[in-house]
Design a protein around this ligand. Structure first.
Ligand code: NAD
Ligand code: TYD
Length: 348
């Protein structure tokens, strides 16, 4: 039985990855390491909490002694590293927190893999990253795996630094690594500070929907479960030392996306068509706001046979349904009540 360390498994994407691995691979022992910051929530993992092949460890990847002890206690065969500070707006307010977790935290994990893995045979450090490391596109073009790094925000700069460290450990120490850079994810369990869940939550509460600038920035959106499938595919079949871009082939201008979401919300909440759109409010633009992200994911499609399976209209409807059916989750994460959930489950 192999033991896999998944970091950040209580967060948005991590919880979908942990659930998928625990349910699909009973012969893999999954250890979820998460600091349970504001973005981490064990309610996301309620359905697998008691599974025989799953355990949770609360801890901080910025603490090298703690990580070292974890590697002494557990014979990890692989690491799937998702723990991160992940929101651009927060990185503008507090860049140091992003350097600590995303850069130093990643380096601590790399050091422990290097120091504890006596042989690299059958081992893998899989680093989950973002397309934002490539910077901002104009109207044309797509990011490929060979696009030069040109990060623009403190968040993307910290992720770029972590990607470089992962490649440096491969090059210098021969550590077996793989990296994937993915576009914007959406779906259940995303903390309502990112555009889609924030807008759903505000519409539900009849609050304004803040659209930065003129709403003309473009993002490529991928349903989170499709990302979890891509991570599973790369983990099992990706080539060591390689990078894979993962995208949704699904570009939307923010304002068009928000208008579509407003129409879905009106329908779901039985409101007059046009009601939610009245909540759209154009606000001051984000500092250094990247204009456009778009991914060329032909490499993962050709080499590994992965492609997105959920079309955006279906994915958005599933997402809206999930948030409306899980208003308790929304209320909990916005009030910080999930920390008492942790106390209840783990008695701390
Ligand atoms: P998230 O913010 O929802 O979750 C991050 C998780 O990491 C949380 O559970 C948090 O508690 C944990 N964490 C934070 N700091 C920690 C620390 N110091 N020690 C241990 N755990 C810590 O993030 P997400 O959106 O799920 O993103 C997961 C990964 O995927 C990140 O590396 C992110 O850069 C990357 N990514 C995200 C997107 C996206 O659209 N959300 C797209 C591409 C790549
Ligand atoms: P976000 O979800 O923060 O992801 P990222 O910055 O990593 O792409 O933002 C998605 C897009 O939506 C981005 O162009 C910024 C914009 N945005 C708004 O217009 N209003 C908001 O309240 C938020 C959070 C984002």
């Amino acid at each position: 039985m192999k033991t896999i360390l998944i970091t950040g498994g209580a967060g948005f994407i991590g919880s979908h990855v942990v659930r998928r691995f625990v349910e699909k691979y009973p012969r893999l022992q999954i250890i979820n390491l998460d600091a349970l910051t504001y973005a981490g929530n064990l309610e996301n993992l309620e359905s697998i909490h008691d599974a025989d092949n799953y355990s949770f460890v609360k801890g901080d990847i910025t603490d090298p002694e703690f990580i070292d002890e974890l590697f002494i206690d557990h014979p990890f065969d692989a690491v799937i590293h998702l723990a991160a500070e992940s929101h651009v707006d927060r990185s503008i307010k507090d860049p140091l927190a992003f350097v600590r977790t995303n850069v130093i935290g990643t380096m601590n994990l790399l050091n422990s893999c290097r120091d504890h893995w006596a042989s690299y045979e059958g081992k893998l450090f899989y680093h989950i990253s973002t397309d934002e490391v490539y910077g901002s596109l104009g109207e044309e073009g797509l990011f490929t795996e060979s696009t030069s790094y040109d990060p623009k925000s403190p968040y993307s700069a910290s992720k770029a630094a972590s990607d470089h460290l992962v490649r440096a450990y491969h090059n210098t120490y021969g550590l077996p690594v793989v990296i994937s850079n993915c576009s914007n994810n959406y779906g259940p369990n995303q903390f309502p500070e990112k555009l889609i869940p924030l807008a759903i939550n505000n519409i539900r509460n009849n609050k304004t929907i803040p659209v930065y600038g003129k709403g003309e920035n473009i993002r490529d959106w991928l349903f989170v479960e499709d990302h979890a499938v891509a991570i599973d595919t790369i983990f099992h079949h990706g080539q060591t030392g390689k990078t894979y871009n993962v995208g949704g082939k699904n570009e939307w201008k923010n304002i068009d996306l928000i208008k579509l979401l407003c129409r879905v919300m009106d329908k779901k909440l039985n409101r007059e068509p046009g009601t939610s759109e009245k909540l759209i409010t154009f606000v001051k633009d984000r500092a250094g706001h990247d204009l456009r992200y778009a991914i060329d994911s032909s490499k993962i499609e050709k080499d590994l046979g992965w492609e997105p399976s959920v079309n955006f209209e279906q994915g958005l409807e599933k997402t809206v349904d999930w948030y409306l059916e899980n208003s308790k989750w929304l209320n909990n994460v916005t009030s910080g009540a999930y920390s008492s959930y942790y106390d209840k489950m783990y008695g701390n």
